[in-house]
Design a protein around this ligand. Structure first.
Ligand code: HEC
Length: 209
């Protein structure tokens, strides 16, 4: 009887130790592993920043845009759009010379949605960039059912291609990038490796005043 009691007590004790140990292990596992960036990542919001503060701006991208690459991107549009002069309207309007044209003016009486008609303004490079990033966001309720192009480079190349089809507006000059240039200049004379660094910053300071 007492043997049995001892066995049961032993197991109970053992179970207690396991539970305690398990609890400690669990708390180590689950408590210390807090995710570094707290909160939830919201899809879409993240993507928008991509070309914003970090990447080069639209002007810079347009200044070095690749029209041939833009024509390839336009493959995503041909299901609904023609772009040749006098081309037929399809699901979407013909896009010849649309860059610089009034928004929702279209050709041959294409029936635009009220959402786009009420937008007003002209198709500037910026407006097109915004539109092509997310038609739905640019004109909520638009009937252009196209998700958008998330890559700023794709949009810039495409806009340059659209512009080459009947519009030929001058492309903007690249944005001046004083910060990047400064960094490049600072990096160039860094022959003396680490020891040159403080000297470089001191030199740079009076120059900017
Ligand atoms: C699924 C069909 C479809 C696809 C794909 C599509 N579009 Fe459209 N697009 C439309 C429709 C429909 C409209 C008219 C929108 C409205 O009235 O709200 C439109 C309107 C436009 C306009 C405005 C024209 C004007 O005269 O105001 C531009 C610019 C445009 N699309 C460019 C593009 C480009 C560039 C692509 C490829 C990246 C593309 N679209 C892909 C259907 C499409």
């Amino acid at each position: 009887m007492s043997d049995r009691f001892n066995t049961i007590a032993g197991w109970a004790l053992f179970a207690g130790i396991i539970a305690l140990g398990g609890g400690i292990v669990a708390s180590k596992l689950f408590h210390s592993e807090r995710p570094e960036p707290m909160g939830y990542a919201i899809a879409g919001v993240e993507a928008e920043g991509e070309g914003g503060a970090s990447g080069p701006g639209l002007n810079t991208l347009l200044a070095s845009a690749d029209v041939a690459a833009g024509e390839k991107v336009f493959a995503k549009c041909v299901a609904c759009h023609t772009i040749n002069q006098g081309g037929a309207n399809g699901i979407g309007p013909n896009l010849y010379a649309t860059v610089g044209e009034a928004v929702a003016q279209g050709k041959a009486g294409f029936a635009f949605s009220d959402a786009l008609k009420s937008k007003g303004g002209t198709w500037t490079f910026e407006a097109l960039d915004h539109w092509l990033a997310s038609p739905r966001e640019f004109a909520p309720g638009t009937k252009m059912s196209f998700a958008g192009l998330s890559k700023p480079e794709d949009r810039a190349n495409l806009i340059a291609y659209l512009n080459s089809q009947g519009s030929n507006l001058p492309l903007p000059a690249a944005d001046a990038a004083p910060a990047a240039e400064g960094a490049a200049n600072a990096a160039a004379p860094a022959e003396g490796a680490n020891s040159a660094e403080p000297a470089a910053t001191n030199e740079a300071a009076p120059a900017s005043e």
